[in-house]
Ligand binder design. Structure first.
Ligand code: NDP
Ligand code: 8X3
Length: 256
């Protein structure tokens, strides 16, 4: 097992859902946590909660779409926070479920800027330090949307296919280093994801999970921590996690 006690774990999108669950799960291992997201109040609450159990937490109010902000934030980390051991590239979102010919270009741009460009900006800022230290682990949160395409989800799926390509490419570019690269690709997880996708449409979001037991954010955090804690010579390349009653993105069994 890799002992991550006192190691620095940097999680993007830590203010909700999978990112927040990862923060708590790595916290249980005694990691030091850099938590990034745009909603500072959420980060403050989580920081307080984790500090109350004795953890060291550094919160970064950060929009991953803003390249300057990302570069500045990583460059200005103080010495004790610089040695990032695990980067969880989790920040991401879907907007809308429209067919391409009816889609909103602004929605496409937001998804591409966040899921693809944002992930690249953060990786570009953090990775040189890992290469220099010849240690580290990048864990990308992909999706089954990176492995299949569904109607109305083309641009979201394209961004997640790109994440998968980046994961595969990173593993090639980092060959010969001791840095590990993993993608964790979930099916349906009940978080704020669908509420964000439908711009606050709580009822529509609820229908997504109706009649089936979706994954929880904690289920995914569990998989992420599993990957991060394997012995250093073991790289879990890909993990696909689905609810038992989901066979594919749009193939689910729902109890009436
Ligand atoms: P949530 O909406 O619950 O959480 C998304 C997180 O991403 C929030 O913390 C949000 O923080 C952050 N975020 C969004 N945009 C930005 C930004 N521009 N800069 C910084 N942080 C940002 O959704 P999930 O937890 O479900 O999603 C996490 C990841 O999991 C995403 O990459 C998603 O694509 C992926 N995923 C989700 C699945 C699901 O069914 N839920 C399935 C497969 C993959 P804030 O708004 O405060 O910035
Ligand atoms: C989120 C899961 O099924 O909406 O990545 O693509 S899905």
């Amino acid at each position: 097992m890799t002992d991550l006690r006192n190691r620095v774990v940097f999680i993007t999108g830590a203010s909700a859902g999978i990112g927040r669950a990862c923060a708590r799960a790595f916290g249980k291992l005694g990691c030091r946590l850099i938590l990034a997201a745009r909603r500072q109040d959420r980060l403050d609450d989580l920081k307080k909660e984790l500090e109350a159990i004795g953890l060291e937490v550094f919160s970064l109010t950060l929009d991953v779409r803003d390249r300057g902000q990302v570069e500045g934030a990583v460059a200005s980390l103080s010495r004790e926070w610089q040695g990032i051991e695990v980067l969880v590239n989790n920040a991401g979102l879907a907007r809308g479920l429209d067919k391409i010919h009816e889609g909103e270009v602004e929605d496409w741009e937001e998804m591409i800027d966040t899921n693809l460009k944002g992930l690249l900006y953060v990786t570009r800022a953090v990775l040189p330090g890992m290469v220099k230290r010849n240690r580290g682990h990048i864990i990308n949160i992909g999706s089954i949307a990176g492995r299949e395409v569904y109607q109305g989800g083309v641009v979201y799926c394209a961004t997640k296919h790109a994440v998968r390509t980046i994961t595969l490419g990173l593993r090639l570019d980092l060959l010969g280093t001791d840095i590990r690269v993993t993608t964790v690709d979930p099916g349906m997880v009940e978080t704020e994801f669908s509420i964000v996708r439908f711009r606050g449409g709580v009822e529509r979001a609820r229908e997504v999970y109706e009649g089936l037991q979706p994954l929880t954010a904690e289920d995914i955090a569990d998989a992420v921590v599993y990957c991060a804690t394997r012995p250093p010579h073991v790289n879990i390349s890909e993990v696909v996690v689905m609810p038992t009653h989901q066979a594919a993105a749009t193939r689910v069994f729902r109890r009436k």
